[in-house]
Design a protein around this ligand. Sequence first.
Ligand SMILES: Cc1cc2nc3c(=O)[nH]c(=O)nc-3n(C[C@H](O)[C@H](O)[C@H](O)COP(=O)(O)O)c2cc1C
Length: 185
Amino acid sequence: MDKKLLILGFAGSLRKGSYNKALLRAAEELLPEETKLEIFDLEGIPPFNQELESRMPEKVKEFKAKIRAADAILIATPEHNYSVPGVLKNAIDWASRPYGDNSFEGKPAAIMSASTGMLGGARAQYHLRQIFVFLDMRPVNRPEVFITFAGQKIDEQGKLNDETSRKLIKQLLEALIYLTKKLKQ
Ligand SMILES: Cc1cc2nc3c(=O)[nH]c(=O)nc-3n(C[C@H](O)[C@H](O)[C@H](O)COP(=O)(O)O)c2cc1C
């Protein structure tokens, strides 16, 4: 029997009530059968300091190992000032280092974003796609999952209740699995 594909998911937000963390939990409920999602919290990753590359902080070592072990990556991120939040960029910078040991290299990846605004984090997603070029990742292009006005779609318990959004996330996961399997052939 085939082993389950492992997706590593992380959010570009540290807050407990994060709408983007809620998207990852929704993804967990919507996973295709042959798939497992492990959610990693970026809390505790220190600010990047190149002097520490030769003795990586434990949390960074853990993050890099999880990325390596995963078949695919799922990122749920807010948009901060029209771009990727510093917390997410910082974690990516760590995982891409030291030179020659980029943990993301060749990994298939899907992006989704939730924002309280009317563009749903679109600008952050396009900046993230640009970062993927240097990381040499394999992004899923469609569907694009922008959860607009997230406060109206995610309830106080952190559950995504909007059916259209849930359907899109399901399609995104299916596209990620399709791409992951193709790249393994
Ligand atoms: C520093 C900061 C900058 C923000 N900039 C944007 C922005 O450029 N575009 C946007 O749609 N929302 C922006 N927001 C609002 C976020 O969409 C909103 O706070 C969202 O809930 C954050 O995601 P989270 O719930 O996963 O923490 C910003 C919020 C913060 C704290």
